[in-house]
Design a protein around this ligand. Structure first.
Ligand code: HEM
Length: 394
């Protein structure tokens, strides 16, 4: 009997032994307490992500489902999902993202300028949290002065979500729900932008048309809320997790920092080894057999990306952290129709972050215990105290 409690702190401190047992002994495991099937092998997770008609992204098959209060594409199905996604994907083509590189580097340099003289900082507080948050705020066109507020809301959300913990309708409608708070804030910014055209993503969404029709306010707000949360929480965790991994593997850090061109390949290993998004949920739309189990219409599945990315059936020595690993198949950004729209941006932010760390804080060391972000869906940290030589040669 495998004890799988994705909400327990003990589990989250080191989920990997449990992941291995689940993959070996119960790859599609019935978890009655959470009323879901936990899917832990790479192939099974990928098979579900490849079959959007058989596995819905909606929170439930009930057409009156309360999650439509804030209609985000990540919890929509075809055809509306595809229509709305195509609008947004224009903002995230590799070319558009490349154009942001210079600005991302400027932000990274400025953040490091603010703490370098001190010889110590909290890398989370001073660098990995603000960097993606400022980037997404600028992209959307919201005042980055408000970033502490939306970082706080997105962290509150990350702490409150997890498998089998659907936001119930009452909670979702409550004004103290972080999603609703962000939605109200973003709705007021859209109202402002309606008065005057702006050259940013929110302005572009306001002007966008599908079949001659503008998006309604709920859809606009759904986009902005999703981007704000997806755009900062995950990338912050990617950078923080990687900084700790490199501190634990100084030989690999030296190899990377000797020639920062190697960072691009390493980012894939950061994503695989400590996946910032640990799991996704889907609802079964028609009876299906998966991993020898019969799943019925309406059943929920929890796709364990963190476990799939350590599956020895797909990855050689998966518990070895290896920044040289190529090829590096992983599901950290999902797969198929809902594949992460911000993947190019996230990869580039992480690459630039570590290029600047390599230049200016190459010998950094952890100076105290880190603090874990306890979340059923996200793997990350809330504090990464480090010290370094401010005069290190670049
Ligand atoms: C390390 C950073 C990131 C990770 C690990 C990550 C992970 C993911 C995953 C696993 C999904 C798939 C969800 C599903 O299938 O249900 C997803 C979707 C999405 N992500 Fe990311 N993400 C990251 C960064 C970003 C950034 C920076 C943005 C935007 C600025 C972003 C925007 C989105 C959007 C809009 C979707 C929904 C796509 C759809 O439903 O069609 N993500 N992300």
């Amino acid at each position: 009997m495998i004890n799988f409690d994705p909400h327990s702190k003990t589990f989250q401190d080191d989920p990997y032994p449990t992941f291995r047992r689940m993959r070996d002994e119960a790859p599609v495991m019935d978890v009655p307490d959470l009323q879901l099937w936990a899917v832990s092998r790479f192939d099974d997770v990928q098979a579900v992500l490849r079959a959007p008609d058989g596995f819905s992204s909606r929170r439930s098959l009930d057409p009156n489902d309360a999650s439509s209060n804030v209609p985000m594409i990540v919890i929509m199905d075809r055809p509306r999902h595809g229509e709305l996604r195509s609008l947004l994907s224009r903002a995230f083509t590799p070319r558009r993202v490349d154009e942001l590189a210079g600005r991302i580097r400027e932000i990274a340099i400025k953040l490091i300028d603010q703490f370098i003289e001190a010889g110590s900082c909290d890398l989370w507080e001073d660098f990995s949290a603000p960097l993606p948050t400022i980037v997404i705020a600028e992209l959307l066109g919201i005042p980055s002065a408000d970033r502490a507020m939306f970082k706080e809301k997105s962290t509150a959300l990350a702490k409150s979500v997890g498998p089998g913990m659907d936001l119930d309708p009452a909670k979702l409608a409550s004004t103290s729900n972080p999603v609703m708070e962000l939605a109200a804030y973003l709705a007021s910014i859209f109202d402002e932008k309606r008065k005057k055209e702006t050259d940013d993503l929110m302005g572009a969404l306001l002007a966008a048309e599908l079949d001659g029709k503008r998006l309604d306010q709920a859809e606009l707000v759904g986009f902005a809320v999703l981007l704000l949360i997806a755009g900062n929480e995950t990338t912050t965790n990617l950078i923080s997790n990687a900084a700790v991994l490199l501190d634990q593997h100084p030989d690999q850090r030296s190899y990377l920092f000797e020639d920062p061109i190697r960072i691009e390949v390493a980012v894939e290993e950061f994503l695989r080894f400590e996946s910032p998004v640990q799991g996704l949920e889907r609802v079964v739309t028609e009876e299906v057999t998966l991993g020898g189990q019969t799943l019925k219409r309406g059943d929920k599945v929890f796709l364990m990306l963190g476990a799939a990315n350590r599956d020895e059936r797909m990855i050689v020595d998966p518990d070895e952290f290896d920044v040289r690993r190529t090829p590096n198949p992983h599901l950290a950004f999902g797969w198929g129709g809902h594949f992460c729209l911000g993947a190019n941006l996230a990869r580039m932010e992480a690459r630039i972050a570590f290029e600047e760390i390599a230049k200016r804080l190459p010998g950094y060391q952890l100076s105290g215990p880190t603090e874990r972000l306890y979340s059923g869906f996200f793997r990350g940290l809330l504090s990464v105290p480090i010290e370094f030589d401010p005069k290190a040669p670049s």
